[in-house]
Design a protein around this ligand. Structure first.
Ligand SMILES: Nc1nc2c(c(=O)[nH]1)N[C@H]1C(S)=C(S)[C@@H](COP(=O)(O)OP(=O)(O)OC[C@H]3O[C@@H](n4cnc5c(N)ncnc54)[C@H](O)[C@@H]3O)O[C@H]1N2
Ligand code: MOO
Ligand SMILES: [Mg+2]
Length: 421
């Protein structure tokens, strides 16, 4: 008997909001800096010293007093006495006074008394006097000096809690000696494909059946969002087996994602299973296509996403609902998918239905530098291959269409760097 959860279709934005309000970030763990790429920082890091820690030279040259070389030029070199050599990593021993300079390397501390550095290319050793240098260029006070605190000032926040750690962030943490980093744990995401018609990827094809393509696709999406996917194979359309398998998986993961079995068919049992395992339904069905019949709930604080089985529906459901949940549980403060506004190349017809449509499209940078979008040819929920020529989902609100040249909002599926054609 078909079981219909007590829930009516809701707008997809409402679905996203309900999910995020039902879950929490995972506990904080401390991990080595070298393993922290892709994690979200759990504590704000404050600068406990200036960077640079001292005024330092930005070139290889001579530290001097700008006033001593005010009249220096190619035809009128100024001769200065060289006091010492200051390599990076060493402290100067001598004070610069009128008529003197010290040879200095990039990154070395500026000696007391100096207020500028002239590049070595603008100087020459005095032929008759190895302890002197000829300066062929005037410099201004402050030239070629990186001031203490120029990069980061002591006491300022370097990185705030909730920041995603990329290569730059890791570099800054290293600068401040943070060898162990407090981050939020990453969710383990169980993936279960449901459907008695499904074959394992390595099985020979059988008439009427098809291979499970959702499993590996969803695992890929989970990985890209920073979650840890665990594939639990295929379960047939049988309530008891689904119930047993899902409870087993839920003991081991933070999030459970299934695909298939959420619509109106005689063998669509996910709603029934939610009831059997005592999962609380957050919503069933959204006013958005593809993926309209998606069912979402929580079991002992763990979210369960029962995605619509059609491959394009599963993909879009995961992008809109599962990946934001992964990012939120991983500590992100901005977990929703990235959107940009683009100009439509051609008209998009309006449809008389309340559903928002997410159309596959190709966003590209035009020759005039404008972000534009072309709609892909095939949009059916069972078609996966048209994503190959797409890099975004164009949001078409219910009942609305777009004229050519009108602006639309798109959800990016690839990096913005890849949009140039
Ligand atoms: N009477 C109605 N029928 C349908 C409705 C409806 O409102 N009333 N909704 C349609 C919509 S929209 C969608 S989307 C699908 C959702 O179907 P289910 O979530 O119940 O998924 P299944 O019936 O199990 O499978 C649908 C389709 O997808 C294929 N599939 C499933 N799992 C996989 C997998 N892991 N890998 C590859 N392909 C898979 C499955 O074989 C079916 O062809 O319902 C419509 N029907
Ligand atoms: O909502 Mo279904 O995913 O259109 O085909
Ligand atoms: Mg079905």
């Amino acid at each position: 008997m078909l079981y219909i959860p007590n829930s009516s279709p809701i707008p997809f934005e409402e679905a996203q909001r309900l999910i995020l309000s039902a879950i929490r970030p995972l506990p904080v763990i401390t991990i080595p800096l070298s393993e922290a790429l892709g994690y979200y920082l759990a504590e704000t890091v404050r600068a406990d010293h200036d960077v640079p820690m001292f005024d330092r030279s930005t070139v290889d040259g001579y530290a001097l007093r700008a006033e001593d070389v005010i009249n220096a030029s190619a035809s009128n070199p100024v001769k200065l006495k060289v006091l010492e050599e200051i390599p990076a990593g060493y402290l100067p021993q001598q004070k610069i006074t009128q008529g003197t300079a010290s040879r200095i390397m990039t990154g070395a501390p500026i000696p007391e008394g100096a207020n500028a550095v002239v590049m070595v290319e603008k100087t020459e050793n005095a032929a008759e006097d190895s302890e002197s240098v000829l300066v062929y260029q005037s410099v201004k006070i402050g030239d070629a000096i990186a001031k203490k605190g120029q990069d980061v000032e002591e006491g300022k926040d370097v990185l705030t809690q909730g920041t995603l750690l990329g290569p730059i962030e890791l570099g800054l943490l290293a600068t401040f000696g943070i060898a162990s980093v407090p981050v939020y744990a990453k969710p383990k995401v169980g993936i279960l494909s449901t459907g008695s018609e499904l074959l394992n990827v390595d099985e020979p094809i059988v008439p009427g059946k098809l291979r499970d393509s959702n499993g590996v696709m969803l695992a890929g999406q989970v990985s890209q969002a920073g979650g840890e996917p665990v594939y639990f194979g295929i379960a047939p359309d049988k309530v008891e087996e689904l119930e047993k398998k899902m409870l087993e998986i839920l003991q081991q993961v933070d999030i459970l994602v299934t695909s298939g079995g959420v619509s109106m068919g005689e063998y669509d049992f996910l709603g029934k299973v939610f009831e059997k395992i005592n999962a609380k339904v957050i919503f069933w069905k959204t006013l958005a296509r593809p993926g309209m019949p998606v069912l979402c709930g929580v079991w002992q604080d763990k979210p369960i996403f029962a995605l619509a089985g059609n491959p394009a529906s599963s993909y879009v459901n995961a992008h809109l609902y599962v990946l934001p949940a992964i990012r939120y549980m991983s500590g992100s403060k901005d977990p929703l998918p990235k959107r940009v506004t683009v100009v439509c190349d051609e008209a998009i017809e309006g449809k008389q239905m309340p559903h928002t449509r997410f159309l596959r499209g190709l966003t590209y940078v035009s020759q005039t530098g404008e972000l534009r979008v072309k709609i892909s040819k095939k949009q059916a929920s069972n078609v996966l291959s048209s994503f190959l020529e797409s890099n975004c989902l164009v949001k078409v609100p219910g009942g609305k269409g777009f004229n050519a040249g009108e602006k639309a909002e798109v959800y990016l599926l690839g990096a913005v760097e890849e949009l140039r054609q």
